[in-house]
Design a protein around this ligand. Structure first.
Ligand SMILES: NC(=O)c1ccc[n+]([C@@H]2O[C@H](COP(=O)([O-])OP(=O)(O)OC[C@H]3O[C@@H](n4cnc5c(N)ncnc54)[C@H](O)[C@@H]3O)[C@@H](O)[C@H]2O)c1
Length: 382
């Protein structure tokens, strides 16, 4: 106690969480009661928030499912892309929650959609009554392997990617890879970028599985096969193991941030030209080139990563990228990481180190190298 303090109190509490990710077949088959149990469907109204495109595809299935379990459903169809992932979207969900007035703990909100929708609904649920439970049903590959795995919610703010957010786990994420059948190929590739991300820094066997099947992994058909299911399972498993010990991100050196150092600035500056995973792919490409130029990653491993990205149909560079944009992006990330770059750079396939001293000159050289070596991949295939 200092001279100026009469009294002081210290409060200390643990915040332990338990949540589940469950793979289920036929998530909206009437005979499958996974959603009904997770969301406590029954008497009383349940708010179901669904992505507009997904609603057009499975509207009848979802309605029939809720009806089969005797649930009265208030449906909010959310039509929001990355460029409108903002606080207005959160207010839209909060307003629907207020209309439905769910009990404080007993009737979870059901969120059905990709990463954009899950991030918005998760943030709204974390705010409403300081926390209302929700169930996630991810429908894009990126959401299945990433956005629905951790505890982060967010919207963009002030031109900054995911600047406003909370750490708020869903009760459960119900994963049905069959939902990917209708996902456009560009969004399959987009999700593969996040899988490559975690494989390159943490799971060599997963990387090699993708490497052996790269062209197939860029199509939705692969997820009806054992290979595709194995890729999803290994990606989720690796993410869970990586996130769990540092769920609240007290430690700012995070391997899961690989591919997310330059990419937030790239994504926000060219929005909506690039998808999230496409910006991540460019960041991965830059990072392996920088690491190899430092002599920390063998050229052969650098080329394997670049080749897998290319074969998946992901961009390695963009015509409009400039060194200044990349340097500004890294500076913004450095500020987000409390003043140090804490940049994850691969040292082999499946391993990484964190560095704090990447220079403007290294970024310039890496960009020039990607431009020179991969001119054919600077445009994003639709
Ligand atoms: N919270 C986290 O930890 C976390 C992690 C990674 C990414 N994210 C966020 O996720 C977002 C990207 O997610 P996304 O790529 O899923 O984008 P998204 O939610 O915009 O979905 C991509 C597109 O696919 C459509 N779609 C979704 N499922 C479909 C289906 N089954 N069939 C047909 N179309 C379908 C959507 O309508 C949309 O047009 C970014 O905003 C990113 O910041 C969050």
């Amino acid at each position: 106690m200092t001279m100026h303090e009469a009294r002081s109190w210290t409060v200390s509490a643990e915040h332990a969480v338990t949540y589940r990710l469950r793979e289920v077949e036929g998530v909206f088959d009437r005979g499958n009661d996974s959603v009904a149990r997770a969301a406590a469907l029954g008497a009383g109204r349940t708010l179901c928030v669904i992505d507009a495109t997904v609603d057009r595809i499975i509207r009848d299935e979802v309605r029939d499912y809720f009806a089969a379990y005797g649930a009265s459903m208030e449906l909010l169809v959310l039509d929001r892309g990355e460029d409108r992932k903002n606080l207005d979207a959160v207010v839209e969900v909060l307003t629907a929650m207020d209309r439905v007035d769910p009990p404080r703990r007993a009737r979870p909100v059901v969120a059905i959609g990709g990463g954009v929708l899950l991030d918005i609904v998760g943030l709204a649920c974390s705010l409403y009554r300081r926390g209302t439970p929700y169930v996630r049903i991810p429908t894009s590959l990126l959401a299945i392997v990433d956005a629905a795995v951790g505890v982060k919610t967010a919207v963009n703010f002030g031109g900054h990617k995911s600047r406003i957010g909370t750490y708020y786990p869903a009760l459960v994420s119900l994963i049905d890879p069959a939902l990917l059948a209708t996902l456009p190929p560009r969004h399959i590739r987009n999700g593969m970028a996040e899988i490559v991300k975690i494989a390159v820094v943490r799971n060599r066997a997963l990387f090699e599985l993708i490497e052996a099947n790269a062209e197939r992994c860029g199509t939705s058909a692969v997820f009806t096969t054992d290979t595709g299911r194995a890729v999803i399972a290994a990606a989720i498993d690796t993410m869970v193991r990586e996130l769990e010990p540092n769920l609240w991100e007290a430690e700012l050196e995070r391997a899961a941030d690989f591919g997310h150092s330059f990419s937030p600035g790239i994504e926000m500056s060219v929005l909506p030209e690039l998808l999230h995973g496409e910006a991540v792919a460019i960041d991965i490409a830059l990072s392996v080139v920088v690491s190899s130029a430092r002599g920390r990653l063998m050229p052969r491993d650098r080329d394997r990563v670049l080749s897998v990205l290319h074969r998946l149909g992901l961009p390695l560079c963009l015509d409009t990228l400039t060194v200044d944009l990349l340097a500004d992006a890294l500076a913004a990330t450095t500020s987000h990481r409390d003043g140090l770059q804490r940049l994850p750079l691969p040292t082999a396939i499946g391993a990484c180190e964190f560095v704090n001293d990447v220079t403007h000159g290294e970024i310039t050289a890496a960009l020039a190298s990607l431009r020179a070596g991969h001119e054919t991949t600077t445009r994003v295939a639709q």
